[in-house]
Design a binder for this molecule. Structure first.
Ligand SMILES: O=C(O)CCC(=O)C(=O)O
Ligand SMILES: [Fe+2]
Length: 287
């Protein structure tokens, strides 16, 4: 494994708002992850059928952390956790996590945004509520599980230093002002690993053609922030977890929101055309 100098990385984070940690996870581990998720990324999730949940042009692997120890090991990688703890000046835990595939789309587009916020599920209105918290300081990492030509993550260099001065979560209206500071992680191979201060303005670059992008995402938040999403593990993987891994995986702590996204049943319905001909057939049968 490549060696990383934590003090130097911490300094780059303070200055730019992000660091390139490519090489942290080797190809063998990436292949092992891809093998363990392949089937599930190609079928909708239902009880008894492990798969994905759909949201817009993306497929999210349900119960991401239950697929294999090699996935847990990325989320709890020592260098990553040491860096997150140094940067946030606190112990950290995994507050949000997901493996997802993004499909090129004309209809869906991610806006420029921040993630230094608390997500809570509102059970009465069945929606997630977000509240920006300026003093929240931690890291998000994104690792590509596929080669990425277009549709990569984009970061606004240095924006973590000024984004907290604005009372908003979305920054599309300011794109003209920061367009020269945008760094785009396109044309990068699988294994590309970026960690950023989640107060850095960012988005996935919109794209409407080319390859599907599969990524692994984790948000490491300081202990002063809420626990976050429920973490469901496979008992197969519990035996050899270290104390540090248990801390990062929130052992013993009550989740403070639900896993995002919830998804809809539409994946299970036949496409509209087939549905119409199915209904016509039924009518003919009963006439
Ligand atoms: O997929 C990406 O490039 C960015 C994802 C992101 O910003 C998010 O999920 O909050
Ligand atoms: Fe984000």
């Amino acid at each position: 494994m490549k060696s990383f100098d934590l003090d130097n990385l911490n300094q780059i984070l303070e200055t730019d708002g992000f660091v390139d940690l490519t090489g942290l996870i080797d190809n063998q581990q990436i292949e092992a992850i891809n093998n363990s998720i392949e089937l599930a990324m190609n079928q909708p999730h239902a009880n008894g059928q492990r798969g994905y949940v759909k949201q817009g042009c993306q497929r999210y692997l349900a119960d991401t952390l239950s697929y294999g120890k090699e996935i847990i090991d990325v989320y709890t990688n020592n260098t990553l956790i040491d860096l997150a703890e140094k940067y946030s000046n606190d112990k950290v835990h995994l507050s949000n996590y997901r493996i997802y595939s993004t499909y090129p789309s004309d209809d869906f587009k991610m806006w420029w945004h921040l993630d230094n916020k608390i997500d809570t599920y509102d059970f009465d209105n069945k929606c997630f509520i977000q509240k920006v918290v300026p003093e929240d300081k931690g890291l998000i990492f994104l690792m590509y599980l596929s080669d990425v030509e277009d549709g990569g993550v984009q970061l606004v260099k240095g924006s973590h230093k000024w984004s907290r001065d604005y009372d908003c979560e979305g920054f599309d209206h300011m794109e003209e002002d920061f367009k020269n500071e945008i760094v785009t992680f396109n044309d990068r191979p699988k294994g590309t690993f970026v960690a950023y201060d989640y107060a850095t303005i960012h988005r996935a670059k919109p794209y409407n053609g080319g390859q599907v992008r599969t990524s692994m995402f984790g948000q490491l938040s300081p202990s002063r922030m809420p626990a976050g999403e429920p973490i469901l593990l496979n008992v197969r993987d519990l035996n050899h977890l270290t104390k540090k891994q248990k801390q990062v995986l929130n052992f013993g702590n009550e989740p403070t929101t639900l896993n995002w996204p919830i998804g809809t049943l539409e994946e299970f319905l036949p496409p509209v055309k087939e549905e119409v001909s199915f209904i016509k057939k039924l009518r003919r049968l009963f006439q």
